[in-house]
Design a protein around this ligand. Structure first.
Ligand code: PSU
Ligand code: MN
Length: 310
C-alpha cells in the first residue's frame, strides 16, 4: 500500500495489507466497451469470476475526481450508467482529478495505477495497439508504451483484429514488453482464437506465470510489463466469416464517418455488437470472464510464493 492519493476500497486495502491476492480490472470496457445495460451486469460478473478463483477484485476508475482502487457497487453503477464518463489514459489522470471528472481508465491508466498501488496482476479483454492506418495517423495506443515501463502482468486475449496485429507485436518487441501465450504459441485475435502470428514463449499454468514474475523480481533487470495471452477455445470464437464481414464493414464506416482518435475503439466495438446481433458481445463477455479467472489464479500463485518466502 502506498501513500499516494488514491482511495482504496476496504476489501482491497485489507487484502493488500495482508498480502492476499488482488486482481486489477479496468473500467473503460465497462463505460465505453460494452453496451448498456449489459455493461453493469458484466462488470459485476467479472468481479465475481475473480472472487470465485480466490482473489479480490480491484476495479479502478475515477469518481468525481477521486482515483478509486476497488470501486464499490454504487461507484461501479455510476461509471456504467451516467453520461459523460471520460475515457482516461495515463496522461489524463491528473487533469481529470483536478477538474472533478468521472472517468473510466484504459489498460494504460489501469496498469499504471494498479502498479503504483502495489497490485501485480490485471485482467482485461484485449489490449489497445497499433491502428491499421498508423503509418499516416500515428495512432498507437498508449497501452503499449505504458506497459513498457509498468511492472504488471496483464491477462488478455491479444488485441482486436480492428488493429494492425503484426505491427502491434513488433512494437511490443521494440518496447521490451514480454509476451507469453497461455498454453499456446500463437497470438490470439480477441474474437478469434488465432490472429495468425507465432509467439516465442508459452506457459502452461498460473504457477509458471508466477515463476516468471519471481524470476523477474530476482533478476532486477527488467521492469516492464508481461502480457499473458489467453486465447478462446476454437469452438467458442466468433464465426470467422461473420467476423471478417463485420470488420470490413466497420472499417468502411470509420472512414465514411471520419471517426478518429480515441473514439475509434468504442465505435468499432459498438459496430460489432450491433452488426452481429449480440454474438460478438457474448464472445467478448466470455473472453473477459476467462481472463479474470486466469488472472485470479496467477495472483493466488504469486501470493503463495511471497508468503512462502516470508
Ligand atoms: N479492448 C477491448 N475493449 C475495450 C478496450 C480494448 O476489447 O474497451 C479499451 C481498453 O480500455 C484499451 C483501450 O486500453 O480500449 C484502448 O483505446 P485506445 O486505442 O484509444 O488507446
Ligand atoms: Mn488511439
Amino acid at each position: 500500500m502506498t501513500n499516494f492519493h488514491m482511495r482504496f476500497g476496504t476489501e482491497v486495502a485489507d487484502a493488500l495489507r495482508d498480502g492476499r491476492p488482488v486482481v486489477a480490472l479496468e473500467s473503460t470496457i465497462v463505460s465505453h466497451g460494452l453496451p448498456r445495460p449489459d455493461n453493469l451486469l458484466v462488470a459485476r460478473q467479472i468481479e465475481q469470476a475473480v472472487r470465485d478463483a480466490g482473489a479480490v477484485p480491484a476495479t479502478i476508475g475515477m469518481v468525481g475526481g477521486e482515483l478509486v482502487v476497488g470501486l464499490d457497487d454504487a461507484q461501479l453503477t455510476r461509471l456504467a450508467t451516467v453520461d459523460g464518463v471520460s475515457k482516461l489514459s495515463v496522461r489524463d489522470l491528473a487533469v481529470a482529478a483536478a477538474t472533478g471528472a468521472d472517468g473510466a481508465t484504459t489498460v494504460a491508466a489501469t496498469s499504471a495505477v494498479a502498479a503504483t498501488a502495489g497490485i501485480g496482476v490485471f485482467a482485461t479483454g484485449g489490449l489497445g495497439g497499433v491502428h491499421r492506418e498508423a503509418a499516416q495517423s500515428f495512432d498507437e495506443s498508449a497501452d503499449l508504451v505504458t506497459l513498457a515501463r509498468t511492472p504488471i502482468a496483464v491477462v488478455c486475449a491479444g488485441v482486436k483484429s480492428i488493429l494492425d496485429v503484426g505491427a502491434t507485436l513488433e512494437r511490443l518487441e521494440t518496447l521490451g514488453v514480454a509476451v507469453v501465450g497461455y498454453r499456446t504459441r500463437r497470438f490470439p485475435g480477441f474474437y478469434l482464437t488465432d490472429a495468425g502470428f507465432d509467439l516465442d514463449w508459452s506457459v502452461d499454468s498460473p504457477e509458471q506465470v508466477a515463476d516468471v514474475l519471481t524470476a523477474r523480481e530476482r533478476q532486477g533487470v527488467h521492469h516492464g510489463g508481461l502480457i499473458v495471452a489467453n486465447p478462446l477455445p476454437v469452438d467458442e470464437q466468433l464465426d470467422p466469416d461473420l467476423h471478417d464481414r463485420t470488420l470490413t464493414e466497420g472499417l468502411a464506416m470509420l472512414e465514411r464517418d471520419g471517426v478518429t482518435g480515441k473514439a475509434v475503439t468504442p465505435f468499432l466495438l459498438a459496430h460489432f455488437h450491433s452488426a452481429t446481433q449480440g454474438a460478438s458481445l457474448a464472445v467478448n463477455v466470455r473472453i473477459i470472464l476467462r481472463n479474470a479467472d486466469l488472472a485470479a489464479r496467477i495472483a493466488v500463485a504469486a501470493a503463495a510464493r511471497l508468503s512462502d518466502a516470508a
